[in-house]
Design a protein around this ligand. Structure first.
Ligand code: BGC
Length: 901
């Protein structure tokens, strides 16, 4: 504890007494660090201020943009405090050009910073006409059912001179990997990513200048099924393949004399099959080293036996640049233990349920077929448990040549696993297994730590589930034959996700797909991208992702553009409900309800916490209407504002009439029902306190949480809001089933899909619905950061331009600390209770202000600010109130416990 406090004091850079450093850092273009291949009309740039002086605000900035050493745009000195998402309006962009930008800032002390170092962004193809390449496909017939070998493509090219720079613009229907002279282009995985392919197919741009040389060079590529075709949904393996795979590649080389030459995919490319006999998302990979054409990626290879490709017409209209962070290997994890069954089978444990693939190093002197199976848990007999993967094989089969050492890493697939079982080879021949973690490469945004190790593990589990399930699309789970962008799951987890990582680019992409896949009548598919063959009924709480995610995005990133981009979609969804409502009640037809809420298997089932579907539908109808009101207000759309206010009033009256008794009881007396009506403020102000009391009575009656996917994200927030912080902590710290810590006591290293994945008698839940890596219940993460540590939005100042720090101190913990990288820089909230008395410490980044609230049950007795490493009491606070309005800086507040009457 003390150590944490000292570290807090030591972060300040020491400088001579009267000089204060002011500088700029964390330069981003459209949320990304030096993006390449962007096509935004007016890209927006962001930066943060660094200073050691308290109360610093930006008063002006100057932005300069340069191309090839020449200034092409200058904002001049702009009197503005904007440092987040500043549009480069008026800058005329050209395709395939790198723009360098720098910024300097002025502060409220009349200081001016140096110009920042250059950051850059590089444009992609701003017009579809830039595409010269042709779509190519293999010439042979493929199995219309079942799985086909991966396709290999190659082409030798001759470069006339030394290369100054080169870019590869490439995409595929299917997943691709590209190689230049045998070396992979870029470090991205699972490209071109997963989008609503028919309408939006991403291409990537790689800087490949260093991989090319004067003379003979080879471009190679592999194309696999990926998410594009085959079995990516509930439909069985008997379904025919839907789509042809194809590749589009354009290599633009600038020679040392400045001249450009373009090489494209066309009829001169060759194709063949190779060692990758199969590569699919659910089932894994089969690789036969004997069938791998040796050296096929290099210029010396003789491709006479390869076939000429077909040129196919797939058009360019659906092509878009990739603006979201790419999928990469973000970590490697060594195995922490192994258990063997004789010589022939060994199970490696990575100590962590994760998502990715296993790199295997074996040594053998006779050919062997090594089979790797992946699983999340072991059964009670110590065997690998794979039943909960349902029809996903999650298997890697490698035929090794038997020529000594052989290393293999599967591509075009990923698995959700903690354990890998290796068979087919003596375990003594397995030299090394390492797990490579695959995920969208998102910047970390948060940390959390407290005095309870189980709670710390819970926070880690939330982050690991996010990492595992944020693989280009926010998925429900990463292991079974599902792994889809379930809208409800994404919606409930979104706020937590923003506190752990910067997910702006990631969700902006997903929202674009949501918009693209929305049904014509405004209804929403269950999953985005929509991979179902036929239309599904719209589900309350799931379809509302269309309104909830954009609104929350706007709040957390202060990005009004997202509301503008999504407005049509938000409105279409709400109007769908309006059209299908009767007497201002929207019931819909069939819903998932409060999915996986508490349901005891033993009788009586009357204890089951089932919330009526129709009530849920009306609650979300109103919530979405409310969000339309707020959005119309932000976008200054008066007509819509009036329209939705009127609808809201009518819906609220109908809600009262239908679902609330004159005494204020809800027809479904569940925790979720009370939680949602309170969280969404559907009850009249006078009715709220007693509803909160009923909620608390219900929790006490059960002795535990009973909410499902829809109620869980809000339950602790509502308890805190209505003064029941102890009950919120009670739910967090409960170790008995059902609770978060129950899962931890049972060895969870990620968030479970259901409260009783492993039941209290040690047996496992129904394997059809029993994922051990499902982030929905991880939505408790937002309470941990926003209430326990107290780092909260001030909704009047979206994007944390101004915010609140209002921690809740509990006697059950000795200390608690969270940090958050906001749009303006690092926020910290720390509190502890020890013999020397309670205290809290906060950090507020420059160019923001925060309202710091003293925790309930305490009063503030001294406020000090950290001045270049020295704690200086702030004397102008002669009387410290319950709420302090503070500018940027680091502060320590000594607290005193108030007498309880
Ligand atoms: C998924 C969920 C999803 C649900 C809908 C499940 O199969 O795994 O997370 O939201 O279906 O009820």
């Amino acid at each position: 504890m003390i150590r944490a406090f000292l570290i807090f004091c030591a972060v300040v850079v020491m400088v001579p007494n009267d000089a204060y450093a002011l500088s700029v850092s964390h330069q981003r273009t459209e949320y990304i660090d030096n993006p390449i291949g962007v096509t935004f009309e007016a890209p927006r740039v962001s930066w943060t201020l660094e200073t050691d002086r308290t109360n610093t605000l930006q008063t002006a900035y100057e932005l300069v943009v340069m191309v090839k050493g020449e200034e092409v745009w200058n904002s001049g000195k702009m009197a503005s405090d904007q440092s987040h998402l500043v549009p480069l309006t008026g800058l005329k962009l050209k395709s395939s050009t790198r723009y360098f930008w720098k910024v300097r800032v002025w502060d409220n002390y009349e200081q001016v910073s140096e110009f920042s170092p250059f950051a850059y962004f590089e444009t992609g193809f701003l017009s579809k006409k830039e595409w010269k390449a042709q779509w190519i496909a293999v010439p042979w017939e493929e199995e219309s059912r079942g799985q086909n070998p991966v396709q290999y493509f190659r082409k030798n090219i001759n470069l006339k001179r030394d290369v100054q720079s080169a870019r590869l613009y490439i995409t595929s229907h299917g997943l691709y990997e590209a190689y230049l002279n045998g070396e992979k282009a870029g470090d991205q995985e699972m490209t071109p990513g997963w989008t609503s392919y028919k309408k939006r197919l991403q291409y990537q741009v790689y800087d490949v200048g260093k991989q090319l040389k004067k003379g003979g060079n080879t471009i190679g590529a592999m194309v696999a099924d990926g998410w594009h075709r085959g079995r990516i949904n509930y439909r069985g393996p008997e379904d025919p393949f839907k789509e042809q795979l194809s590749l589009l590649a354009q290599l633009e080389v600038v020679y040392d004399n400045g001249k450009k030459e373009i090489f494209i995919s066309d009829q001169h490319w060759k194709a063949a099959q190779g060692g990758l006999r199969k590569a699919t998302i659910y089932d894994g990979v089969e690789f036969d080293s004997a069938q791998e054409p040796e050296g096929w990626k290099s210029a010396a290879f003789d491709d006479k036996s390869w076939e000429k490709v077909l040129v196919v017409d797939k058009g360019y209209d659906h092509l878009i640049a990739s603006h979201a962070p790419a999928v990469r290997v973000v970590k490697t994890v060594p195995s922490v233990g192994a258990s063997a069954k004789g010589d022939k089978e060994v199970i490696f444990d990575f100590g962590q349920n994760l998502v990715g693939r296993v790199t295997l190093l074996v040594e053998c002197y006779e050919p062997a077929t090594v089979v790797m199976d992946h699983g999340e848990i072991l059964d009670p007999n110590g065997r690998l448990y794979t039943k909960n993967l349902r029809e996903a094989k999650a298997r890697v089969t490698v035929k090794v040549p038997g020529k000594g050492k052989f290393e293999y890493t599967p591509n075009f697939t990923f698995m959700g696993f903690r354990y890998v079982r290796i068979r087919g080879i003596s375990r003594y021949r397995v030299h090394k297994v390492t797990a490579q973690v695959l995920s969208s490469d998102l910047e970390d945004a948060g940390t959390f730590e407290c005095s309870n190790p189980l709670v710390n593990r819970l926070y880690k589990n939330v982050v690991w589930s996010q990492r595992g399930n944020f693989l280009d699309v926010p998925t429900d789970c990463p292991q079974r034959d599902e792994r889809m962008g379930w809208t409800g799951d994404a919606q409930v987890f979104f706020p937590t996700a923003t506190l752990n990582m910067n997910v702006a680019g990631f969700f902006r992409k997903w929202l674009n797909d949501l918009k693209a896949d929305q049904y014509e009548d405004g209804g929403l598919p269950w999953v985005i991208p929509d991979v179902f063959a036929y239309r599904k009924h719209v589900a309350t709480g799931w379809a509302d992702a269309a309104t909830i995610v954009p609104w929350e995005f706007y709040q957390r990133y202060g990005d009004q553009q997202i509301l503008e981009e999504q407005y049509v979609s938000m409105k279409a969804w709400v109007e769908y409900m309006v059209r299908n409502s009767k007497n201002d009640l929207w019931f819909g037809k069939q819903h998932f309800g409060d999915w996986l809420s508490f349901f005891p298997e033993e009788k009586p089932h009357t204890r089951a916490a089932v919330t009526e579907d129709q009530l849920l539908a009306q609650i979300f109808y109103q919530y979405s209407l409310g969000l339309m009101i707020k959005t119309a207000e932000v976008l200054k759309n008066k007509e819509d504002l009036d329209h939705y206010q009127e609808l809201y009033r009518a819906a609220n009256a109908a809600f009262y009439n239908e679902f609330v008794t004159p005494n204020g009881r809800l027809v479904s007396g569940t925790q979720t029902a009370y939680v949602l009506v309170l969280a969404f403020e559907l009850l009249d102000i006078d009715d709220r306190a007693q509803a909160a009391k009923r909620l608390v009575e219900n929790i006490e009656m059960y002795g535990h949480i009973s909410t499902g996917f829809l109620g869980t994200p809000y339950i602790c927030h509502v308890l805190s809001e209505y003064g029941y912080s102890n009950h919120a902590y009670g739910l967090l710290l409960n170790k008995q089933y059902p609770s978060w810590l129950y899962t931890i006591k049972n060895g969870a290293t990620t968030i479970w899909e259901r409260w009783d994945g492993i039941k209290t008698d040690g047996t496992l839940q129904n394997p059809r619905v029993n994922s051990f890596n499902h982030y929905a219940y991880g939505a408790i993460g937002s309470w941990m950061i926003e209430r326990a540590a107290g780092i909260q939005l001030n909704t009047k100042y979206p994007g944390y331009k101004q915010f609140v720090i209002a921690p809740e101190i509990t006697d059950s913990l000795d200390f608690l600390k969270a940090t958050f990288q906001s749009n303006y820089g690092r926020v910290e909230s720390f509190w502890m209770r020890d013999d020397k008395g309670p205290m809290m410490a906060v950090e507020i980044p420059p160019n923001t202000k925060a309202e710091v609230k003293v925790p309930n049950g305490y009063k503030a007795i001294r406020l000090s600010s950290n001045n270049k490493g020295k704690l200086t009491p702030i004397d102008f606070y002669t009387e410290i109130g319950r709420s302090l309005s503070l500018g940027s800086g680091q502060y320590v507040i000594k607290l005193e416990r108030m007498a309880v009457d």
